[in-house]
Design a protein around this ligand. Structure first.
Ligand code: GDP
Ligand code: MG
Length: 438
């Protein structure tokens, strides 16, 4: 999705005049990309209409950067789609918060319960897990194993068959023990059977949860909206967690789940293990969709490509030089094919991040480095945008044996990345809110 939308916007950038025709073409490209990413038709139609109504090219004052306006409108519309307009419930310390997990069997509830508990334990809570799934034979064993691994207190039963009874007992027990985050795992069945919803409602009635979290497999494609809506109609869902975002999930599921439940996505699951869990942030998610790179997730990953203590001193005067780009490419080369990582680099253009074309991206980086090998020290450390004139470009092309056009491409790529980096919050410490959560 990121690749195609980024391409659509890039194409628009190439057009000399941005008129209504270019806007229409661009919107069609974006619509196609969203549909391919499993966003349902109705939602895509709404986004398109939203962008059309916010962007009025004729009314813009002369000199306004129209591409920027369209870009902002697209980003704004996608953000709006992901923002249900109500804040997510967050448990407050010291109170007996009860959180109930619902979702289809196999969606990842039991796994996610433990991740959620672990996340809040790192934030200073005393979480506990209650297994109110008496339908699946091994449900309690699975929760027990997960909980033990994460060293989180748990409650369940091998003999009791009434999930409501277990839920009540478990919540009572942990309330008495002053746990301030009591997480109730429920059963899910193969289909959205009435019985499942009935049981879910009973457990909900019995435990009066402060929050019901709907867990959805992110890779179910177009089925996402209907599934989310079915749950919404039966339970008062407060938040959504999308799992399996490490697999074939294309992002559309998150949009559909929000549209259907009018509830925010709060976390995403990115693997089977406990730390494979990320806070969901609308803006970085949308930035990534638009190929702008994930500015906050980046802070995690960039450490590997460019350690902060190395980059920061080199960014004096705020300039991201060609030499820095070269070093970044070098680190990327050493790290092997890392398509995912490429998309985290702000400004790196869509040509490098296309899914399935990681090899080509790597090869291109190699060629770019060959070109940069023919640059002088002065050129590599240059901060003056006017330095790179025609004769220098020709000399670099001759020296590296690459076409002039490709040298220009390198400089363009550098310019784009440098511009993006100049906007990065480098003055703030290079940490993120998950630094204590390992
Ligand atoms: P439940 O039936 O809803 O409780 O689902 P489970 O928690 O038992 O998960 C079903 C399967 O999905 C298990 O094999 C999990 O390991 C796997 N799973 C859960 N979350 C994720 C995730 O974020 N990524 C991946 N790759 N697998 C996951
Ligand atoms: Mg389960």
């Amino acid at each position: 999705l990121g690749g195609s939308i980024a391409r659509a916007l890039a194409r628009m950038k190439d057009a000399t005049v941005v008129d209504d025709k270019v806007l229409a073409d661009c919107l069609n490209e974006i619509s196609r990309a969203l549909l391919q990413a499993d966003v349902r038709f109705e939602t895509v139609r709404d986004v398109k209409a939203g962008i059309k109504s916010t962007v009025n090219l004729d009314a813009l004052a002369a000199g306004t950067d129209k591409r920027r306006v369209i870009h902002t409108a697209v980003a704004g519309e996608l953000c709006r789609m992901l923002d249900p307009g109500k804040p997510a419930f967050t448990p407050s310390k010291g109170k007996p918060n009860v959180v109930m997990f619902v979702g289809l069997q196999g969606s990842g509830k039991t796994t996610t319960c433990t991740k959620y508990a672990d996340y809040y334990r790192w934030k200073g809570f005393s979480p506990a897990l209650v297994c109110a799934d008496t339908f699946q034979a091994d449900a309690f064993d699975q929760l027990k194993q997960n909980a033990a691994k994460a060293k989180i207190p748990f409650y369940g039963s091998y003999i009791e068959s009434d999930p409501m009874k277990i839920a009540i007992e478990g919540v009572d027990k942990f309330r008495k023990e002053k746990c301030d985050l009591i997480i109730v795992d429920t059963s899910g069945r193969h289909k959205q059977e009435a019985a499942l919803f009935e049981q879910m409602l009973q457990v909900s009635e019995a435990t009066k949860p402060n929050l019901v979290i709907f867990v959805m497999d992110g890779s179910i494609g177009q089925a996402a909206f209907d599934q989310a809506q079915a749950f919404k109609q039966s339970a008062s869902i407060g938040s959504v967690i999308i799992t399996k975002m490490d697999g074939h999930a294309k992002g559309g599921g998150a949009l559909s789940a929000v549209a259907a439940t009018r509830s925010p996505v709060i976390f995403i699951g990115t693997g089977e293990h406990i730390p494979n869990f990320e806070v969901f942030d609308v803006k970085p998610f949308v930035s990534r969709l638009l190929g702008m790179g994930d500015l906050s997730g980046l802070m995690d990953k960039i450490q590997d490509v460019m350690p902060a203590d190395e980059v920061l001193p080199k960014l004096t005067k705020g300039a991201f030089t060609l030499r820095l780009l070269y070093e970044m490419f070098q680190n990327l080369q050493n790290m092997g094919p890392l398509g995912q990582l490429f998309s985290m680099i702000p400004g790196l253009s869509a040509q490098f991040i296309e899914k399935g074309k990681e090899k080509e991206g790597q090869a291109k980086i190699k060629r770019y480095m060959t070109i940069m090998d023919s640059m002088t020290e002065k050129e590599l450390d240059n901060t003056n945008p006017k330095l790179m004139n025609k004769s220098r470009i020709n000399r670099i092309a001759r020296g590296s044996g690459r076409p002039v056009k490709e040298v220009v491409d390198v400089l363009e790529e550098h310019k784009r990345i440098a511009k993006m980096w100049s906007k990065l919050p480098f003055r703030r410490p290079l940490t993120n809110n998950r630094d204590s959560f390992k």
